[in-house]
Design a protein around this ligand. Sequence first.
Ligand SMILES: C[S@@+](CC[C@H](N)C(=O)[O-])C[C@H]1O[C@@H](n2cnc3c(N)ncnc32)[C@H](O)[C@@H]1O
Length: 333
Amino acid sequence: MTAPDAASIVRLSTAYWESQTLLTANRLRLFDTLADGALGAAEVAAAQGLDARSTELLLRGCAALGFIEAGADGRYANTPTAATFLVSRSPAYMGHAIGYSDQLYATWGRLEDALRSGRPALPAQAYLGDDAVRTRTFVMAMHERALGVARALVGCIDLAGRRSMLDVGGGPGTYSVLLTARFPGLRSEVLELPGVAAVARELVAQAGASERVALRDGDYHGADFGSGKDVVLMSGMFHRETPAACRSLIARAAACLDRGGLLVVADVFTDAGGTSPAFAAMFGLNMMLTAPDGGVHADADVQRWMAEAGFVELRTTALPPPMPHRVVTGIKR
Ligand SMILES: C[S@@+](CC[C@H](N)C(=O)[O-])C[C@H]1O[C@@H](n2cnc3c(N)ncnc32)[C@H](O)[C@@H]1O
């Protein structure tokens, strides 16, 4: 048995200080201000319209977190981590994904409300079409995240020779764009809610992929999945759905696939029992706060549901860290 230890309690009771420091610096585009070279606190404050004394404390806080280096001359510069991921002109910029976490900060403050009511603290429709600004931030966050996750996924599934993919709840379409680029001859249809699909259409066109990736407006609970598919991708949507709905989606995937067709289910999954990894257990709470049936499933359960629907050669692959995603694949018998 592990001995009682207060260290993690002390640490976690103030962990939001660090989150809010990063979220605020990102929101202020602090790292863009330092992108062209080191500046003193007063210069940063002037550029940002902030109070100089407070800005110095923020810069020191960011330095403590590893995003900024404090020079002996009193000037502050971005670290390589900030320059790579937090400056908006960098191709690996993560600011939109961080912005999505920023939007959810107040939602997490309402965790107790959600526990009492059993309802999400943030109505999902807000970021899935009703509120144009939130919807765009959500889609851009998914896109940035997918650029990392999908690159890893592309390396771990082989779609060579496959021609017709249905990307259910495909969000920004990023997976479809990257997979159809990697596997010539593959075409994909992304089934998405209209408000999200509208932003996704722009992103697919910007990527020059409109010929190979089509967007279809629809609700994946009722839409016709068609027939003659040889790949179905269900990425990042099981965490919004109950086990019964996941089983129904798997059964409909089986029905639209030809024999030998591949079902790919990618998501954050827990180990059996639901208490590890810690990120996945926390992700379950995040989804409970933001979607009516939101939560997190164990990949072992997904494998069992797929076996029940007639899939064979079931396999779970973990994407490389820092990505917390796992990919469950199976072949239609
Ligand atoms: C977390 S995102 C995942 C997007 C993308 N597949 C990925 O992995 O990056 C979940 C997606 O499911 C879509 N979605 C949720 N409910 C839906 C429904 N009933 N019909 C169609 N799409 C839905 C959302 O709009 C959102 O884009």
